[in-house]
Write a protein that binds this ligand. Structure first.
Ligand code: 9D3
Length: 252
């Protein structure tokens, strides 16, 4: 899979891609990410990417021309992207399901805004979709672009070393994760739950399911609506909900 990220801060994007799982995937050619400097697609001596807003008001607006030129260069060099994502606070919220949809594509371009805004003709005429990563104000689209690349890349076979760890990932099954422990079995008098050191694999599996379900029920009950639960998990969840009801009526 290939991403082309258009930004005025290509080094910010490259710095993040130089570490960790993404860096390894890029080295091994499982993933290609190219950060493209928007200023390279300007024509004037000052490499101007922004201008004052028509109608007045504060701040600067990204000009359309360099962004259109950047996408045209991508088309010519590597072929037309299957999605041209504008990262913007106005976009549809990015979720694991959205990550899965983008992971099915071969070539994705991401356009990052900065300043107060971006000429709306980019959204209307160039972008194929608009994505936000959540309800908070950031200074630009670079971090959101990296969030999207990270979440999507993890779903590409061979990017994460252990495929089982991706399949078991919290949101891929729609549940929060169970608690993890490592040695020592006792740390400052806090013990690891007995069941985990017992070696009873059946009991461990069931304990983890219960913990994951209980945590999800308490913290993120909204996730249970779409969670894919096996028969055992459905049974445990029914028990947990009964126990909760009992507690609420003061009879536990
Ligand atoms: C001061 C201008 N803002 C009015 C409240 C509008 C604004 C424009 C550009 C706010 C933030 C940004 C920069 N953010 C993004 O480009 C962005 C973003 C975000 O801020 N939050 C969540 N997801 C995203 S995706 C892109």
């Amino acid at each position: 899979m290939r991403f082309d990220i258009v930004t005025i801060f290509p080094r910010m994007v490259e710095a993040a891609l130089g570490e960790g799982i993404l860096a390894r995937a890029i080295q091994r050619n499982v993933l290609t990410v190219r950060a493209r400097d928007l200023r390279e697609f300007t024509e004037d001596r000052h490499r101007t990417v922004d201008d004052v807003p028509y109608g007045g008001g504060p701040g600067m607006v990204l000009k359309p021309e360099p962004l259109f030129k950047a996408v045209e260069a991508i088309r010519e060099e590597v072929g037309a992207p299957q999605a041209i994502v504008l990262v913007s606070p106005h976009g549809r919220r990015f979720t694991q399901a959205e990550a899965g949809r983008l992971a099915s594509l071969d070539r994705v371009a991401i356009l990052c805004g900065r300043y107060e805004g971006i000429d709306d003709r980019v959204r209307e005429q160039l972008a194929t979709e608009e994505i936000s990563i959540g309800d908070y104000v950031l200074s630009g689209g670079e971090l959101p672009a990296l969030v999207i690349v990270d979440a999507v890349a993890r779903l590409i076979p061979g990017v994460v070393g252990d495929e089982d760890s991706v399949a078991g990932d919290s949101f891929s099954r729609g549940l929060l994760d169970y608690p993890h422990y490592t040695r020592p079995a006792e740390f400052r008098e806090w013990k690891v739950p007995d069941v985990l050191v017992s070696g009873h694999h059946g009991e461990i599996r069931r304990w983890r399911k219960r913990q994951a379900l209980e945590l999800t029920l308490v913290r993120r009950p909204d996730l249970l609506v779409d969670a894919e639960l096996d028969v055992e998990e459905q049974e445990i969840l029914r028990e947990l909900m009964e126990a909760k009801k009992g507690a609420a009526h003061g009879r536990d």
